[in-house]
Ligand binder design. Sequence first.
Ligand code: SF4
Length: 243
Amino acid sequence: MYRALDRFFGPLQWWPGDTPFEVAVGAILTQNTNWANVQKAIGRIKERGALSPVPLYGLDQADLEELIRPSGYYRVKARRLKAFLEVLCEGFGGDLNAMLAGELQDVRRRLLSIAGIGEETADSILLYAGGRPVFVVDAYTRRILERHGMLEGRHSYGEIQRRFLEALPPEAELYNQYHALIVEAGKRFCRKEPRCGQCPLQGISKGVRRAGKGGLQATGSQSCSSGKKFLKRGSGKNVTRSS
Ligand code: SF4
């Protein structure tokens, strides 16, 4: 799957953002909205000259809410951002590198202990802002695996993530590109009504082997079925995340 997607899309160079801090802010704001709205919110923060930890932390709640209003759910997101900034500024003097350094699971647990930061957001911050080798699972990942018969029944975030971690070498660069490729495939093709006919993953299903010394190997032994069949599985949730 990786090879097919990578050949089709090429390097995607995620995550859009001028600094790791901007990436972390974007990861928090992108929950339940599309990327265009996040960009508007980030643009307003930039115009205010507040896109760095201490100035952003220094804004009062109402100001912060107003700045990020375009990202939707702005009251909730302002609280989440404040909670993240409190740990970053009070615990690490505003040094994001320091906050994301150290034993990976400890850092991940610290992020997850912040109110409103779930696994996908924590892992996005770790991978895209911190360059840590963590695989990000999102709704598109689940949908694509389900539609290709690689997931049966409900699986937790951690179970899906483990499949990738066990099958891939622990390389942040690879995880960065793979998640970006999955999101791109989800947005372009694996929508509520799948467009399998144009999708680079058509024809690939079960049979993905573990990566050996030679890298990833996919057998592509079985084609996926028609979109109509997939929709019956109830995986047609409208995925709004687009970053
Ligand atoms: S081939 Fe179809 S089901 Fe598979 S990822 Fe593409 S659009 Fe989705």
